[in-house]
Each structure stands twice: as C-alpha cells, then as structure tokens.
Write a protein that binds this ligand. Structure first.
Ligand code: DQA
Length: 143
C-alpha cells in the first residue's frame, strides 16, 4: 500500500474560525477525515500533520525520505517565503503535490510567488478541501 504524507503549514489549525469567506467553514479535522476516507477508497495510507513552525515542517520533509511514496503539501504562508522548505523538498525523490484552499494567484501580490510550485508535479488551488482529494487521486495515478 502506497504511503502519502500530507503536510499543512501555519494557521491552517485555525480553519473553521479563520476567514471563512476565504477558506470555507471546514475545520482541519474535517479535511483530515476527508483525506482518510479518500485514501481508504484509493487503497492508500495517509499521515496528516500540521505545524506552525517552519523548522518542524523541514524536519518532517527530511524524515519522509524512504518512508513515504508521495507528499501533499499546503505550506500556507511559507509557500510564499520559505527557501528552507523549497530546499528540503528538493532532497525528496517522490512526487509532490501543492494544495491551497484558496487561489493565491488571485489574491494579494505577495501570494503570487510559490517556492513549492517549481518542484510540484501538480498544483490544486482554489478548490477548497477538494484540492486534497484531487491531490490524492493524482498521486494514485502517478504512483
Ligand atoms: C493558503 C494560501 C496562503 O496564501 C495562505 O497564507 C494560507 C492558506 C490556502 O490554502 O489557500 O495560509 O495556503
């Protein structure tokens, strides 16, 4: 069974409370449940995590080597700032899918740059929680 690591960056633990007009009213726990159900249906295993700390995300990406077959990442604000996450992802030789609930390219200019995008096999942005489902389906196809 293929194993997928799903990483979520800063402030995504606040989903449900945080700007529902932008991010919807689902909590991160709801999204975790959706990912678990989807993975089960696709015969995949998922490990779903969130951190507000850049270094912790880097540690998790480094430790994923040889353990996971694919990665889905919503790096949240670190998408637009983190060379450290970009460099860590470069060491990973599994398919990477970038996910965003909103579409950062249609928002403020500071969200238009993504340090993840050059390394991603696919980007799903603006589909809400469904982006994670699309990411898992894409990994099923790629793996
Ligand atoms: C986000 C978009 C980012 O610009 C923002 O900083 C987030 C969430 C999204 O899922 O739409 O925290 O990654």
């Amino acid at each position: 069974m293929k194993k997928v690591l799903i990483l979520n960056g800063p402030n995504l633990n606040m989903l449900g409370l945080r700007e529902p007009e932008v991010y919807g009213d689902r909590t991160l726990d709801d999204i975790k449940g959706l990912c678990r159900e989807t993975a089960q249906a696709l015969d995949m295993a998922v490990d779903f995590r969130q951190s507000n700390h850049e270094g912790e995300l880097v540690d998790w990406i480094q430790a994923a080597r040889g353990v996971f077959d694919g990665l889905i990442i919503n790096a949240a604000a670190y998408t637009h700032t983190s060379v450290a996450i970009h460099d860590a992802l470069k060491c990973l030789d599994v398919p990477i899918i970038e996910v965003h609930l909103s579409n950062p390219k249609e928002r403020e200019e500071f969200r238009h740059i993504s340090y993840i995008e050059p390394l991603a096999a696919e980007v799903y942005a603006g589909h809400g929680a469904k982006g994670y489902v699309l990411g898992l389906e894409k990994l099923k196809e790629l793996l």
